[in-house]
Design a protein around this ligand. Structure first.
Ligand code: G3I
Length: 377
């Protein structure tokens, strides 16, 4: 009798243990691996939703979306990563996609004609791997961050094409299989600090874009290859130019997979949701994946009281997540940093600002909760 009740007790304990382990599984999975937005995972996620414990982080929220899982990314600042333990902890805890803010740009990776430096990019890639995060490399070609040995090198078109091929083959080859997507050409519609087209445009001509995508594709055929641009979120003239450019690349067979919209927003401006969705949809109809690549929302141009600005900021962030989820081809929202402690905006505008999700003391702002709720919906 005593033996029987012991056995019954053991059986019950094992059953309780098994049940509680099952209820923890969805959260563990979303914290430690990517919520790849597949249908089977979505089905599984909606079945387990009722027993999922409290959603703790943004990546948990992304993995438990009622609608569709998308990646939630952030730009990673290497100085903060190396010197600020709270920053590093939140980076791995909150996000499931990492975009190196600066250390994969050409001036860093190819500082002289016979040197490649991957040391800082490698640190971020190793961290991302250890934390189950995707990596999007940013960026291979831009008007800025081109090393002086190129801008002042006086190269001919053929020489620069040779340099370009060697550079792209080397960098994309180095990260083959570790960087899932690349921003191959960044801001192709813009001029450099001297108000001129990039050295690539000036010396090679507009076909540098096609060459860059082809060589990146040869170096890592599995990597998704993006073009990226700012100020093209609504259906304005620049967005129309962007559309024509992408349309011609697709037509000529350039191996481009997707289109990035930076979304550096401002609470003092209007961003009609329907227009932003329609704008992304037309690129999707060309067969492109789309992504929001550098979201932030600056406050400094509005004279409204701070509480009101923070709430408007939260609403704009929520709209971005909503817009991405509304477009089937949109698979990621990346925010350009996550704490107001480290943001490019004050350095650029020479005015303080608070454009991100956590304040300078790592307190969660209304924008943080807005992004989390929007990801869950
Ligand atoms: O590397 C030097 C470092 O040696 C020096 O100690 C330090 C002192 O200021 O400057 C460092 O370089 C700065 C670099 O950021 C790293 O902090 C550059 O001066 C500064 O211009 C650079 O700014 C970056 C900017 O791109 C230009 O590369 C911003 O952090 C980065 O947020 C910004 O990101 C761009 C995207 O790549 C493309 N879209 C627009 C976006 C905002 O401009």
């Amino acid at each position: 009798m005593r033996y029987k009740s012991n056995a019954l007790y053991l059986l019950l304990t094992a059953l309780i243990f098994l049940l509680s382990a099952c209820s923890l599984l969805p959260q563990m999975a979303s914290s430690s691996s990517n919520p790849t937005p597949t249908t089977s995972q979505q089905n599984q996620s909606s079945k387990t939703k009722s027993i999922t414990p409290a959603i703790l982080t943004l990546r948990d929220a992304a993995g438990n979306s009622q609608k569709r899982s998308i990646y939630i990314g952030t730009a990673a600042n290497i100085d903060a990563f190396n010197n600020d333990a709270t920053y590093k902890r939140l980076l791995g805890q909150e996000f499931n996609m990492l975009v190196p803010e600066n250390v994969m740009k050409m001036a860093v990776t190819h500082p002289s004609i016979d040197t490649f430096d991957y040391s800082q990019g490698d640190e971020l890639v190793a961290f991302a791997k250890a934390h189950g995060m995707q990596v999007q490399g940013a960026n291979l070609l831009w008007t800025s961050e081109v090393p002086a040995w190129i801008t002042q090198g006086g190269y001919t078109r053929n020489e620069l094409l040779g340099i370009l091929k060697d550079y792209i083959t080397n960098v994309v080859g180095h990260y083959k299989g570790q960087v899932q997507s690349w921003e191959v050409v960044n801001e192709p519609l813009d001029t450099n600090e001297y108000n001129q087209p990039s050295v690539w445009d000036q010396v090679i001509g507009p076909d540098y874009i096609d060459y860059a995508f082809r060589w990146a594709h040869e170096a890592d055929p599995q990597a998704k290859l993006y073009i990226n641009e700012f100020g093209v979120e609504t259906s304005n003239d620049k967005a129309n130019q962007y559309y024509s450019l992408v349309q011609s690349l697709v037509k000529q067979g350039t191996p481009i997979s997707g289109v990035g919209f930076e979304d550096h927003l401002d609470v003092a401006q209007q961003y009609p949701t329907a227009q932003m969705i329609a704008n992304m949809q037309r690129f999707a109809k060309l067969g492109m994946q789309v992504e929001i690549t550098e979201a932030d929302v600056m406050l400094q141009n509005s004279t409204a009281p701070m509480t009101q600005k923070l709430n408007q900021q939260a609403q704009l962030y929520a709209n971005l997540v909503h817009d991405c989820q509304a477009v089937q081809a949109c698979n990621a929202v990346t925010i350009w940093g996550f704490t107001d402690r480290y943001t490019w905006i004050p350095g650029y505008t020479h005015h303080p600002d608070q454009p991100l999700l956590f304040d300078t003391q790592y307190r969660k702002k209304p924008a943080y909760y807005a992004v989390k709720n929007a990801l869950l919906k």
